[in-house]
Ligand binder design. Structure first.
Ligand code: FMN
Length: 348
């Protein structure tokens, strides 16, 4: 039990203060320019930022993305961020529930329904762990925390860099197919390397309807594991630090495949980023590390101020593009240039 808790706390330390960002790779949201509307004919109070996602209405298209669980510190962070999600009408993602599967006494560190009774709540499991669990075990993990949906995370790059990480990723699609048969709402998510068009197509073929692209440009999980790796394994991590599909590209590549939900996570740090993600086809923006940093460096007030700024920027972008609601924002005129245009043109 100590091992898992230590690993979770290491992740939290590294994500709060460590050098774990991509260095050259960006989200490519900078390649999207939304066209200014000098005659918007709207008042700020007319702007409706609400959206229906996974059966619940979010007041703003924001997901506080999966981060933690399993330790006392994780419990405090989950409760604080989940209560903010409840207060603000955002969605909230729990971190991998592997720790509570191995040690059921750790379930309390994921319990947020007392502070977030109505928020859209996402459970979380790695695909390799899910493959090894029975249907009943998976269903029980979702039921115990009262989640509305279960995120299954894909993270082959970070596993390869982790000393004791998984090395065998066969049977992923078969696992997802089995889980889809359980009647759970599944969200298939990456963890910072993005989903390609090829992956999106295969997910749609088996009936996956909801994804979180978790693309490159924000937190590099290869970087996190590189810091934790043995000296023998560290060079592999250094070589793959920048690996992944930029978030804006991944959203644009997934959008044509007809998913019901696309969360745009990975380096999202402003309301303008969220607006651009929605214009490219996302349902909502997801934020992990920046929310954690705001909370851990400045407490609840700093986290609330961070989200205030995000919401103000989103509203401003909507007004300045003449978009009274998020549906209108999806049709806002935009210019897509540079590397993002290349991704959209050539990426398989
Ligand atoms: C401290 C921390 C822990 C994370 N743990 C998980 C996890 O358990 N499961 C998961 O699916 N993603 C996890 N992630 C990945 C995030 O959900 C997200 O996909 C990724 O960090 C990119 O978003 P960001 O650039 O906003 O941090 C974690 C991220 C952070 C910062």
């Amino acid at each position: 039990m100590a091992d898992i808790s230590r690993r979770k706390d290491d992740h939290l330390d590294l994500a709060t203060t460590g050098d774990v960002g991509f260095k050259q790779t960006t989200t490519l949201f900078e390649c999207v320019r939304l066209v200014h509307d000098a005659l918007p004919e709207l008042a700020v109070e007319d702007i409706d930022t609400s959206v229906q996602v996974l059966g619940k209405r979010l007041r703003s298209p924001i997901l506080i993305a999966a981060m933690t669980g399993g330790s006392e510190r994780a419990e405090r962070i989950n409760k604080e961020l989940a209560s903010i999600a409840e207060e603000r009408g955002y969605a909230f993602g729990l971190g991998s529930q592997r720790a509570m599967h191995k040690h059921p006494s750790r379930s309390t560190t994921y319990a947020v329904r007392d502070v977030a009774p109505t928020a859209l709540l996402l459970g979380n499991l790695g695909i390799v762990q899910a493959a090894q669990m029975s249907n009943t075990e998976v269903q029980s993990l979702v039921a115990v925390v009262g989640a509305d949906a279960l995120c299954i995370h894909l993270n082959p790059a970070m596993e390869l860099v982790q000393d004791d990480g998984d090395r065998d990723f066969r049977g992923g699609l078969a696992t997802l197919e089995r889980l889809l048969g359980l009647g759970l709402t599944l969200v298939v998510k990456e963890t910072g390397c993005g989903l390609s068009s090829h992956v999106a197509r295969r997910l749609r073929q088996i009936g996956v309807e909801h994804v979180d692209v978790s693309g490159a440009g924000g937190t590099s999980w290869v970087a996190v594991e590189t810091h934790r790796a043995s000296s023998a394994r560290r060079p592999l991590g250094q070589a793959f630090w920048e690996w992944g599909i930029p978030t804006a590209a991944s959203v644009a590549l997934c959008a044509p495949h007809g998913f019901k939900t696309i969360f745009a996570t990975g380096g999202v740090g402003s309301g303008l980023d969220i607006a651009k993600a929605i214009a490219l086809g996302a349902s909502a923006g997801g934020i992990a590390r920046k929310a954690l940093q705001a909370l851990e460096t400045g407490g609840r007030l700093a986290a609330l101020a961070f989200f205030d700024q995000l919401e103000a920027e989103l509203r401003a972008t909507m007004l300045l593009t003449g978009s009274s609601n998020l549906r209108a924002l999806t049709k806002a005129p935009r210019l897509v240039s540079g590397e993002l245009a290349e991704w959209i043109r050539v990426a398989p």
